[in-house]
Design a protein around this ligand. Sequence first.
Ligand SMILES: Cc1ncc(COP(=O)(O)O)c(C=O)c1O
Length: 409
Amino acid sequence: MKMASRFSVVEAGPPIEVFALTKSFTDDPFPNKVNLGVGAYRTDDCVPWVLPVVRKTEQQIANDLSLNHEYLPVLGLDSFTTAATKLLLGQDSKAISEGRATGVQTLSGTGALRVGAEFLARLLKYKTFYYSTPTWENHRLVFMNAGFTEPREYRYWNAAERCIDFDAYVADLKNAPENSVIILQACAHNPTGSDPTPEQWEKIADVMQERKLFPFFDSAYQGFASGDVEKDAFAVRYFEKRGFEFVCAQSFAKNFGLYNERVGNLTMVFNDKEVIAKVKSQVTLVIRGMYSNPPNHGARVVSTILNNPSLYEEWKGCIKTMADRIMSMRKGLRERLEAKGTPGTWEHITKQIGMFSYTGLNLRQVEHMVKEHHIYLLKSGRINMCGLTTKNIDYVANAIHDSITKLPE
Ligand SMILES: Cc1ncc(COP(=O)(O)O)c(C=O)c1O
């Protein structure tokens, strides 16, 4: 007889859309299937890419017999956190030169969000956080699990015009209570691929200053968006120049292709360098009670590359390769849809930046793409441009055309 389990009270949690989609894709035997759902870079042969500079560095590390597997400090590898903080804030950052900025190694971008959020919830007793609608679907869960209790949304997207609904965005910030934490995606907004302009960032900063809101940047795509690491850091550096105290979760998953190594940094900028030692002692306790010490491998790879001028140049070449391929797929898809006269306007495909495009396909059209054409994309109509290749782009453009003409709004 089967014994009753104490765990039978556990209800199944909802599936995570992007992982469920990948499973359906993998199980589909159709030869021309396409996965536009994944959140990772693919080459034109539709396979993952180990950056050559990363491979080379890994080989060097493997051959370096002076390295060992001792624990890293709780706050991580110093040479990594210092280089990561400099990559974000820039060579001429005043916060760095005045000793007001610091970094803590984390488990990729998600870990940085979690550590930062838990620190703010525990130590500063912040309760309310705002995320854009739409946003990366994990922001809410991470902040709630970290101890925040008041999740709120600020409007971001005008679906009809396919652009940022800036008036609504600002209106929602104006209504936010003091000390609300505002999650701001630093560049290549996931999922819309649309960022505020420099003028709009200025206005966002004005309102945040006036309302005493706390900026929590999420930088998951530096360099990957435009191909230029300096350009993609604009918003964060602007907030530093405006004199904000803020934190920023940095991920090295996309721009180094180190997804499964979990390399991240939580950059923190303060007004007064005197607070740093105390803050770090408390972040140490947050991390000690969560996972104790970070992993070494990915951080050592990133640190080696960022701290070596010639490897750094090579790495910049690699991110340019990735960004350029994405841009050429954007151009190719737009050209094809326009040539076919697919109903709607398609300039948003080339205007949006980063890995994702918010196509504007509605739920019925998305379902048609999946069922009839074996092309997998998120229900929101978000596609990963890296899923497109010179071999499948015609097939995908035809399928989009078919879905829109068969199932008009
Ligand atoms: C906006 C955004 N933030 C954070 C992350 C975190 O990624 P990771 O934890 O892999 O660094 C992602 C990943 O897709 C993202 O899109």
